[in-house]
Ligand binder design. Structure first.
Ligand SMILES: Nc1nc2c(ncn2[C@@H]2O[C@H](COP(=O)(O)OP(=O)(O)OP(=O)(O)O)[C@@H](O)[C@H]2O)c(=O)[nH]1
Ligand SMILES: [Mg+2]
Length: 358
């Protein structure tokens, strides 16, 4: 799925950079344009991407310091410059746009939902959010910001792919040292998903295409799981490899862990065409139907010349996730502790009513 990636804020820029590098390193060519937008000049400088500085008049390149209403305001004030930079990078080949942000800070948190709304007005292709939830020991302001941002993002975007910053954190590891590893994991999952719809070799009816990704992403919260294992040279030896990687992708490889039901799923099995067992794929799909309590599981292959097989599982319309519920509870508590009025405010595009997200 040929995509334009737009990072907002520091996390947004770094994740877009990781994804662009993953795509280039593997020669997929799915990322057809990328841009980083921030109110902090120094964070933009370190990125090998095209950039747009917003809020120069207001914060003079120093960031908005976790104030997500100010994040919305600086995006709104400089929307014209951002949209024009995106337009310069958008080709007719683009099939989707992703606005990427850490939801707990200021610039990404407040700016991303506003930008998604503007892009929806201008473009006909789907506009998705890719949002990072703060870790559980980031402060109350981060939880509150992320709760409000997520509420608005899911309302404006065609779907919002979520990543939890605690997803792969081992005990005792600081969040900071883990960012690079997290960003790599996000890049692998999202990068493979985008590339899966592009496969050219080993063309067959079993190969995934972009429309299946788009149909699985139709609305709500989405997440991605991944697991890989060494494969036997031919399909017969790989039935268990496919079923066990699909199981691990969901049980321990999700960007939003502990997601136990979803409205839709897509299983992509990546590996050598002749090493992918039809029977294994069918078994894995029916396991996913039971596990996630849905009848709508799509499936397909992503032919890749590798000695391993990987299962990539996209879940769309997440219905239940303990991890997401835990986060929403933290955001709700933060709002009670001294959040803002609990009415939606169209001016700032901020919605404090954390309830009723799913
Ligand atoms: N996964 C991941 N998360 C990050 C990264 N950098 C920051 N975060 C998280 O993203 C959230 C927002 O932080 P930033 O992106 O730095 O905030 P910002 O959008 O630049 O906003 P301001 O600095 O307030 O203007 C926080 O929860 C951080 O923990 C990163 O490289 N990867
Ligand atoms: Mg910043």
């Amino acid at each position: 799925m040929k995509s334009i990636l737009i990072g907002v804020g520091q996390a947004g820029g770094k994740v877009v950079n990781a994804l662009s590098e993953f795509d280039a390193r593997n020669g997929f060519g799915s990322v057809v344009g990328s841009l980083a937008v921030n109110s902090a000049r120094s964070d933009l400088r370190s990125l090998p991407l095209e950039t747009v500085l917003i809020g120069g008049a207001e914060v003079n390149g120093h960031g908005v310091g976790g104030d997500n209403e100010l994040g919305t305001k600086v995006m709104r004030d400089d929307a014209e410059a951002v949209l024009s930079a995106i337009d310069d990078r958008t080709t007719a080949r683009a099939e989707a746009m992703f606005v990427v942000a850490g939801l707990g800070g200021g610039t990404g948190s407040g700016g991303a939902p506003y930008l998604v709304k503007e892009l929806q007005r201008v473009y006909d292709i789907p506009v998705y959010g890719l949002g990072v939830l703060p870790g559980r020991d980031e402060g109350a302001l981060y939880q509150l910001n992320a709760g409000r941002s997520l509420k608005t993002l899911t309302r404006e975007a065609d779907a919002t792919l979520l990543v939890d910053n605690d997803a792969w954190r081992s005990a005792g590891e600081s969040l900071d040292s883990g960012y690079e590893a997290i960003n790599e994991r996000i890049a692998r999952r999202v990068g493979l998903l985008l590339a899966a719809g592009e496969a050219v070799d080993g063309v067959g009816e079993s190969v995934v295409d972009s429309s299946e990704v788009i149909n699985t992403l139709r609305g709500g919260v989405a997440t991605l799981g991944y697991a890989s294992a060494e494969a036997a040279p031919d399909a017969g030896g790989n039935v268990n490899v496919v079923t066990s990687t699909a199981r691990r992708a969901v049980r321990s490889g999700l960007c939003l862990p502990d997601t136990t039901s979803a409205e839709r799923g897509l299983l992509v099995v990546a590996g050598r065409h002749k090493a992918v067992p039809r029977k294994g794929v069918e078994k894995a799909r029916s396991w996913l139907e039971t596990e996630l309590d849905t009848m709508e599981i799509r499936g397909g292959d992503f032919p890749l010349e590798n000695d391993w097989l990987a299962s990539l599982v996209l879940l769309g319309g997440v219905v239940n996730s303990d991890r997401l519920n835990g986060f929403l509870e933290r955001a709700r508590q933060a709002a009670e502790m001294g959040g803002h009025a609990d009415a939606p405010d169209d001016e700032t595009l901020v919605d404090d009513r954390i309830d009723g997200l799913l």
